[in-house]
Design a protein around this ligand. Structure first.
Ligand code: ZN
Length: 288
């Protein structure tokens, strides 16, 4: 895997969401118990799958089909301690791709249910439908769908193929990453990349190329990764968002990470993958 949650591996089988169709038939059904971003596990290592009739009371969510098995989640306020709950942030990098695919789907929707119990139009308490994939207001009839907040994350390079990295004010000395920010309404993704880089470090960006995306449901982000070509090199840092920013050559990244003078994001992140893809060689270590 290139980074966590990189590929959807289950068939979401949306046609089975209506009228609890997913519960009918004789296919095996495996259930995940989930509370917010916490998932029931076996010893904190893999997801604990239970049978339909063993599941605690809660809101049902049908996830889909993988290898002729149907997968669902039951959402509870809090996963009981005896089911060994672990946050998907911790669990994600260590579980297999199939389980990560199911878990990231479940956590994204569970987080949305937790914070969208009321109708945004009239304030009434809404009811889940479509096997957990929509909430309907019984008073005004509005359908509310799970939200995803797009964020751009970009590796900017200059004419000498140096990479532009920044350090956030809350990070320790030496920790750097690619720049990132949320997409605003009415804005294309390319323009969001150019605006964020201009705001944060005062660099003008020309060509922007899409590289890949990573769902990050903590609570509802979709990280959209890009490479961008800088048209200028003089950095002016916006001190509110970035404490420090600079250009790095490949040799500097190789030597400084080996010497632990430069700490880059962990392998789980699309940020690290963008950096690795640009660098092409060995990058040492990661931040803790
Ligand atoms: Zn309403």
């Amino acid at each position: 895997m290139d980074y966590a949650f990189d590929i959807a591996r289950h068939d979401r089988a949306a046609h089975l969401r209506k009228d609890d169709a997913w519960r009918k038939g004789d296919q095996e059904i495996r259930v995940m118990v989930i509370g917010g971003e916490h998932v029931a596990t076996h010893g904190g290592k893999g997801i604990r799958w239970i049978a339909l009739d063993e599941a605690p009371d809660g809101q049902w969510l049908f996830l889909g089909i993988k290898d002729d098995v149907r997968y669902a989640a039951v959402m509870v306020d809090r996963v009981p301690n005896e089911l060994e709950p672990v946050s998907l942030r911790t669990l994600g990098p260590s579980i297999a791709g199939d389980e990560a695919s199911l878990a990231v789907h479940a956590v994204g929707i569970a987080r949305w249910h937790q914070t969208h119990a009321h109708c945004a139009k009239c304030g009434e308490v809404t009811e889940a439908a479509e096997a957990g994939h929509v909430r309907i207001c019984p008073a005004c009839g509005t359908h509310h769908f799970p939200r995803t907040d797009p964020a751009v994350i970009m590796l900017i390079t200059d004419g000498d193929d140096r990479a532009l990295l920044g350090r956030q004010p809350i990070w320790p000395e030496g920790r750097f990453s690619t720049l990132a920010g949320f997409v605003e309404p009415g804005e294309t993704l390319d323009d969001a990349v150019r605006r964020e880089v201009m705001e944060e470090v005062g660099i003008k960006v020309g060509t922007v190329t899409y590289a890949g995306s990573q769902p990050w449901p903590f609570p509802s982000s979709l990280m959209l990764g890009f490479f961008g070509e800088a048209l200028s090199t003089d950095i002016t840092v916006d001190q509110n968002e970035i404490a420090e920013a600079r250009w790095f050559t490949r040799e500097e990244v190789t030597e400084m990470t080996a010497a632990s003078e430069l700490l880059l994001p962990p392998n789980v992140s699309i940020s690290r993958w963008l950096l690795q893809t640009w660098h092409g060689g060995t990058i040492h270590g990661k931040w803790a």
